[in-house]
Design a protein around this ligand. Structure first.
Ligand code: SAH
Length: 263
């Protein structure tokens, strides 16, 4: 009933057009952070191809008879090669199915969503894109780090800590700036190098730095440290991906503003 009312207000069809792909962001984990549009598409799709970062409970929204494909992908343990995923999306759409390609967070932020769409575009398959709450926004909110704050940071940068050839060759002078929050995705394996470079490029070793693992989920974990102490804290804690490294003085607000982990 509620779903029908929602469709009427939003003027959206109850059945999806086949032969098309929707690239959809699933948000950082908490299923309530899905957009209404994402929830509707997941519940209507004929086929869903999803990644390991899609939060628990989200796939329960799928139709009982939907074709579900797990495309996997944990760092360096690729379940399905990217090429095969791209091809699978084309094939499912060519079968006339409505296909949701579901990715953690936002599909255009370190999600390879662009690459998948390029294959669809080259094959003449129509598509739409539905943004999602990216991990940085989710972890900032649920850990009590506003990513910008007038007294702490006037800019925020999202950067990958994992590059194709396993090196971390980033523009360090641009990242190690004052009044700036830097969020490293996929950076846990390179944490020591990241912290060393940020210090070598001018940030004090006392700069607050944190790791948030499984942000917005029931088992969210936040590790608070400084650039000087973070690598050792990570080693001691044994914290594993998926996690973000957040660097900047906004991290110091956690003490006052954290709410989720206290619940
Ligand atoms: N498209 C996704 C990012 C994909 S890259 C997004 O917009 O969020 C995968 C990386 O995202 C992980 O290695 C981790 O660094 C980060 N990540 C994704 N979900 C996370 C979560 N719930 N908590 C912490 N980090 C997360």
């Amino acid at each position: 009933m509620a779903a029908q009312r929602q469709r009427e207000t939003m003027n959206t069809p109850s059945k999806l057009q086949g032969g098309k792909v929707w690239l959809v962001g699933a948000g950082p984990g908490d299923p309530e952070l899905l957009t209404l549009k994402a929830a509707r598409l997941i519940s209507q799709a004929d086929a869903i191809v999803y990644d390991h970062l899609v939060g628990n409970g989200i796939m329960d929204l799928a139709r009982g008879d939907a074709r579900i494909v797990y495309a996997g992908k944990e760092s360096s343990k690729h379940t399905m090669p990217q090429e095969d995923i791209n091809q699978l999306l084309v094939e499912l759409a060519r079968e006339g199915l409505s296909v949701v390609r579901l990715k953690g967070g936002d599909p255009f932020i370190f999600g390879r969503g662009g690459e998948e769409l390029e294959t669809l575009a080259a094959s003449g398959i129509p598509f739409e894109v539905v943004p999602g709450v990216t991990a940085a926004a989710g972890c900032g909110a649920y850990s009590g780090f506003p990513l910008t704050h007038r007294e702490h940071a006037q800019a925020v940068t999202f950067v990958t800590g994992h590059l194709k050839d396993d090196t971390v060759n980033l523009d360090w002078p641009a990242l190690a700036r004052p009044c700036h929050t830097v969020v490293f995705y996929m950076g846990i394996g390179a944490a020591r190098e990241i912290c060393r470079q940020m210090i070598d490029h001018g940030l004090p070793s006392t700069t607050p730095a944190a790791v948030v693992r499984n942000g917005t989920q029931a088992d969210q974990r936040t590790l608070l440290a400084t650039l000087g102490t973070l690598p050792q804290r990570i080693e001691e804690s044994g914290i594993k991906p998926p996690a973000l490294i957040i660097v900047g003085s906004v991290v110091s607000l956690h003490e006052k503003l954290s709410w989720f982990e206290k619940q």
